[in-house]
Design a protein around this ligand. Structure first.
Ligand SMILES: O=C(O)[C@H](O)[C@@H](O)[C@H](O)[C@H](O)COP(=O)(O)O
Length: 257
């Protein structure tokens, strides 16, 4: 399994963090569109989507090869697509409806499972969708493992140290065989969710974890002490695992860290 050491950059403001995230994403878009004609991007929920709005600036809007983007979710709440808690809805409303990514390249969870609250079915069908795209070579595979390798994942962390829907003390963090798993008693509401498993998350070429605000500062400090009880401390990547923090989120890191 990939084991790159996590890096970090601390930004003075959220605005600077968002600008840097847009620049990072645009640079990787250029790289992967040139190398393989596709750019596979994995989103999470939470505040992340609002920070992506810098990509709507004309300099990016006009230069990015949006038609080559393929969009996935590292985790999704199993609620109807139009529910206020849906990560799909959040991303569509805040970002995806404003850029020319073909709708066929946006891979939401199965609509019926979402409407019925069928987390197990949603996880099964999302895994099937990922495997189909691996067979079509839209998603690469990680070395010889056959695991999907996404180009860029944009992640967030909760104050308890969860990432995606992998929560401390819940067994999903140990899942190694499946690509996608599910939880029906998530400590963060809503309770039913699907999530990529840790091996899939860590196979990605680039993982950018963006964390702002003081509520996450204790968890950030524990992650950088390598406290692996926190799922987010286990984040690596094939090429780069980078943490973008604002000053408040970084405020409990030891001086000089
Ligand atoms: O759907 C979700 O709940 C998530 O994808 C989750 O993993 C999120 O990324 C973190 O909880 C950070 O959320 P905030 O950005 O809101 O702190």
């Amino acid at each position: 399994m990939s084991r790159v050491k996590r890096k970090k950059i601390v930004f003075l403001t959220k605005k600077e963090l968002a600008e840097a995230m847009a620049d990072y994403t645009a640079t990787l878009s250029t790289k992967f569109c040139k190398e393989r004609d596709y750019f596979t991007v994995v989103l999470s929920g939470g505040d992340l989507i609002s920070w992506l709005s810098d990509l709507l600036e004309p300099k990016y809007l006009e230069s990015i090869e949006w038609s080559k983007w393929h969009i996935f979710w590292v985790d999704e709440r199993v609620v109807p697509w139009d529910d206020k808690d849906s990560n799909y809805k959040l991303a569509i409303d805040g970002f995806l409806s404003k850029v020319p990514i073909p709708i066929a390249n946006i891979y939401a969870i199965d609509q019926d499972c979402a409407a019925l609250g069928d987390a197990k079915g949603a996880a099964f069908l999302y895994e099937k969708c990922i495997k189909r795209l691996v067979n079509q070579n839209i998603i690469r595979t990680y070395k010889s493992s056959g695991f999907p390798q996404f180009d860029l994942q944009l992640l967030g962390m909760g104050p308890d140290g969860h990432m995606a829907s992998l929560f401390p003390g819940h067994y999903q963090i140990k899942e190694k065989a499946n690509l996608v798993t599910y939880i029906i008693n998530s400590p963060k509401l809503p309770p039913k969710r699907i999530t990529f498993t840790l091996p899939v998350i860590n196979c990605a070429s680039y993982n950018l974890m963006a964390v702002c605000d003081e509520a996450q500062a204790d968890a950030v400090a524990k992650v950088f002490e390598d406290n692996y009880d926190l799922p987010a401390a286990r984040l690596t990547a094939d090429t780069e695992a980078i943490w973008y923090l604002d000053q408040a989120a970084a405020s409990k890191l030891p001086i000089g860290h």
